[in-house]
Design a protein around this ligand. Structure first.
Ligand SMILES: Nc1ncnc2c1ncn2[C@@H]1O[C@H](COP(=O)(O)OP(=O)(O)OP(=O)(O)O)[C@@H](O)[C@H]1O
Ligand SMILES: [Mg+2]
Length: 248
């Protein structure tokens, strides 16, 4: 550890023409944190992830990984710093087997980075995400929720330090959402990962994260513990009033 955050955004903005999708958002992520990101549709959550992983170049502000300036660098440079992500629309190779999809991630990772012993090979990753029985099926043949797990497995295969999860529980049943939240917690605990997790299933998310960032119209309106955030008047007004019909 060199004392720097794993990843840091300093007043990051992303504009699309006249629209400011991300508006001067600052946030630092320390090793081992599990951080949720919530906010209404169109709040800028995915665009912020795109900036944090080099998929989109910020139109303002700076990004640092381990204290090194990465603003404007391509996604592979972020990957070299241990940043891995999933996409809101799962991206798996439909015709390839589940195992081959994982293998792709392992090859992409190459030699660098210290692999956690738990991620040493395809079998250990399949075991971790619970898809051993589906290893030989084409990715197209598994259920949508299993495809979400597979996408997490592919990201894990790159042996990340920081995992960005964009709505991996979307479309899952209530019990599947809970299982997903438990898996995310386990990944953080057992693999020493830093995880940033975007999800609309706020009630569940707030039970599993230690810190939550709230975005609204591109701006960060809160960043604190779940207990702090659910009491924040601006957050309730902007978002939670609709999402949380019952107390967490
Ligand atoms: N490539 C793009 N070009 C133009 N506008 C975009 C682009 N990507 C996103 N936007 C706009 O930026 C804003 C933020 O979108 P974003 O997808 O980041 O929101 P989000 O918080 O992830 O929403 P959701 O919860 O629906 O996934 C929206 O108004 C969206 O229409
Ligand atoms: Mg999104």
């Amino acid at each position: 550890m060199n004392g720097h955050p794993l990843l840091e955004a300093r007043e990051v903005s992303v504009r699309f023409g006249g629209l400011v999708a991300v508006d001067q958002v600052s946030a630092a992520f320390a090793p081992g944190e599990l951080v949720g990101i919530i906010g209404p549709n169109g709040a800028g959550k995915t665009t912020f992830f795109n900036a944090l992983s080099g998929v989109v170049e910020p139109t303002g502000g700076e990004l640092y990984a381990g204290g090194q300036r990465l603003t404007g660098a391509k996604p592979h440079r972020y990957a070299q710093h241990g940043v891995a992500r999933t996409f809101q629309t799962p991206r798996v190779f439909a015709e390839l087997s589940v195992a081959a999809n994982i293998d792709f991630g392992l090859q992409f990772a190459g030699r660098h980075r210290t692999a956690s012993w738990l991620l040493k090979d395809e079998a250990s990753i399949l075991n971790l995400i619970g898809l051993q029985a589906q290893a030989d099926l084409p990715a197209a043949a598994i259920t949508p929720s299993q495809q979400r797990l597979l996408e997490i497995g592919m990201a894990l295969a790159t042996r990340p330090k920081l995992l960005l999860l964009d709505e991996v529980a979307a479309g899952l049943t209530e019990s599947e959402v809970d299982a997903m939240a438990q898996l995310i917690r386990r990944l953080r605990d057992e693999l020493d990962l830093t995880v940033i997790w975007i999800e609309h299933a706020v009630t569940t998310l707030l039970r599993y994260v230690e810190r939550v960032i709230v975005l609204h119209q591109g701006r960060k309106i809160a960043d604190g513990t779940p207990a702090e955030v659910v009491r924040n008047a601006e957050v309730i007004e902007a978002y939670l009033g609709d999402e949380m019909v019952e107390p967490a």
